[in-house]
Design a protein. Structure first.
Length: 481
């Protein structure tokens, strides 16, 4: 949990300190890469670390990931320019990828099936607390200490996590394979290259440059070329980084698609709801953050209770019930009155968190229960990788939808959603004009309708691809749900 907290907190703690960082180092035009670079590194390394943990064990990968993350934090604290800080954030992300996937896999290794919801719910609570506390902690450190302490505070926490892991984590004894297959390093490098180019195109397209500009086309073309090379190399590899069975097995393929849709739909509340709360409802930044953060209160509670559902109706049906509830919540968002009261979207977010807790945890636990130890790291990394890809796609897709609606309502000179949000930054700024409020309301409504479509795709993937009952291995919990 402490190792997971390092990666979780680092995803949110930096947001409120950006003005201080830019004021010290400059580089305002590229500061978004502080977030994009970290996201890229985490996403593209997840499958690699999953394969490494299946080959060499979880503990070496986790220890190495913590050490790399702490080293990256130290380098970020010593950064002398925006370019160096971005580079060191990538180093942090290389360690963060090991933390995310390996911790989830260890939870399945150490605990039997009936105890995993409790453990996974605790890990979900770590993410929830980090989402709420991260911006506040970052703002306090930047205001009363120095922004470098945002990174340096990871050193004692990381050191403690490293010591606890090295001393107390004892992996269960496993039979040694007759032959340890070599790691497919060419496939790993090609996967890193193709993932980096494609994610960079998705993250920066429409933001740093137009979608049909030479940089976007070059990144997309190069990424697709490397994808083709990756597929060719992986087909010939004896132990590929992304083995074909993660897509040939209906259970894992369905969960990959469903978790990808989850990442896609989560962009709607996480990115656009705070702007809606400030622009349309007229709330301050703290109150706007609370409207979103209530989702993180119900999510872990629902996840911890989900085993009562999936042990009765099965993993698939539990996830279908949860995502159907999320679909109804997302469809209800455009029905909110204008301008409405803050409790109305907060109530929807509370319901959304409860629905998604019932959706995500049964799928992760279910997939881990269908594979043996030697495949568990790869399977876990596969579903987390798809969720991350969904988030990147969602940011690009819903950003385009919001900007299109704003342009249609305000005209080409009306600006985009970022410009509207920046207009609210100065304290005591006058409320935005009524046409702007109406346009933002319409844009966020369309985004939530798009998120509802993603929820529908997740339900269809489970109903059409996943088996009615997951093939749980007998040594986990026979006969299983």
């Amino acid at each position: 949990m402490l190792a997971m907290a390092l990666a979780a907190l680092d995803g949110t703690v930096l947001a409120t300190a950006v003005p201080q960082i830019v004021g010290d180092l400059g580089g305002f035009s590229v500061f978004s890469w502080l977030f994009s670079g970290y996201l890229l590194a985490v996403t593209v390394t997840l499958p690699v670390y999953g394969r490494l943990s299946d080959t060499y064990g979880r503990k070496p990968v986790l220890v190495g990931g913590i050490a790399l993350f702490v080293a990256g934090s130290l380098l970020c604290g010593a950064a002398w320019s925006m370019a160096s800080l971005i580079a060191f954030r990538v180093v942090q992300g290389l360690g963060g990828g090991a933390l995310q996937g390996t911790v989830q896999t260890i939870a399945a290794d150490l605990y039997p099936l009936e105890e995993r919801p409790r453990i996974q719910a605790r890990l979900s609570t770590v993410w929830a607390v980090s989402a709420v506390a991260g911006p506040a902690v970052g703002g306090l450190l930047a205001a009363y200490a120095d922004w470098r302490w945002i990174f340096l505070v990871n050193l004692p926490l990381g050191g403690l996590a490293l010591w606890l892991t090295a001393r107390y984590l004892v992996e269960p004894a496993r039979p040694r394979p007759a032959e340890r297959l070599p790691v497919d390093w060419p496939g790993a490098l090609l996967l890193l290259g193709s993932g980096t180019l494609l994610l960079a195109a998705l993250v920066q397209g429409g933001v740093a440059w137009p979608w049909l500009s030479p940089p976007s086309l070059a990144l997309l073309g190069g990424g697709l070329t490397l994808v083709a090379a990756t597929v060719a190399v992986e087909r010939r590899a004896r132990a590929p980084i992304v083995p074909g069975w993660v897509w040939r097995r209906p259970t894992i393929a369905a969960v990959n698609l469903a978790l990808g849709a989850l990442g896609l739909l989560m962009v709607a509340p996480a990115v656009f709801l705070p702007t809606y709360a400030q622009t349309v409802l007229g709330l301050g930044p703290v109150a706007a953050g609370f409207v979103l953060s209530v989702m993180t209160l119900s999510w872990p509670v629902s996840a911890s209770l989900s085993h009562h559902v999936y042990r009765r109706v099965g993993f698939r049906q539990s996830a279908v019930i949860g995502m159907t509830g999320a679909l109804l919540v997302l469809l209800a968002f455009p029905l909110l009155p204008y301008p409405g009261a803050a409790w109305q979207p907060a109530l929807l977010m509370l319901a959304l968190g409860a629905a998604l807790g019932l959706f995500q945890l049964p799928l992760i636990v279910g997939v881990q229960a269908t594979v043996p130890w030697a495949e568990r790291g790869t399977a876990t990394a596969s579903v987390l990788f798809c969720r991350q890809i969904g988030q990147s796609l969602g940011a690009a897709l819903f950003g385009a939808v919001a900007n299109a609606v704003l342009t249609a309502r305000l005209g080409p000179a009306g600006g985009d959603l970022d410009a509207v949000a920046h207009a609210l930054d100065p304290p005591g700024a006058a409320p935005p004009p009524e046409p702007v409020r109406r346009a933002v309301d319409a844009a966020v409504d369309h985004v939530h309708l798009g998120a509802a479509a993603a929820a529908a795709l997740a339900v269809l993937a489970l109903l059409l691809v996943a088996p009615r009952r997951f093939p749980v291995l007998a040594d986990d919990d026979a006969p299983g749900p």
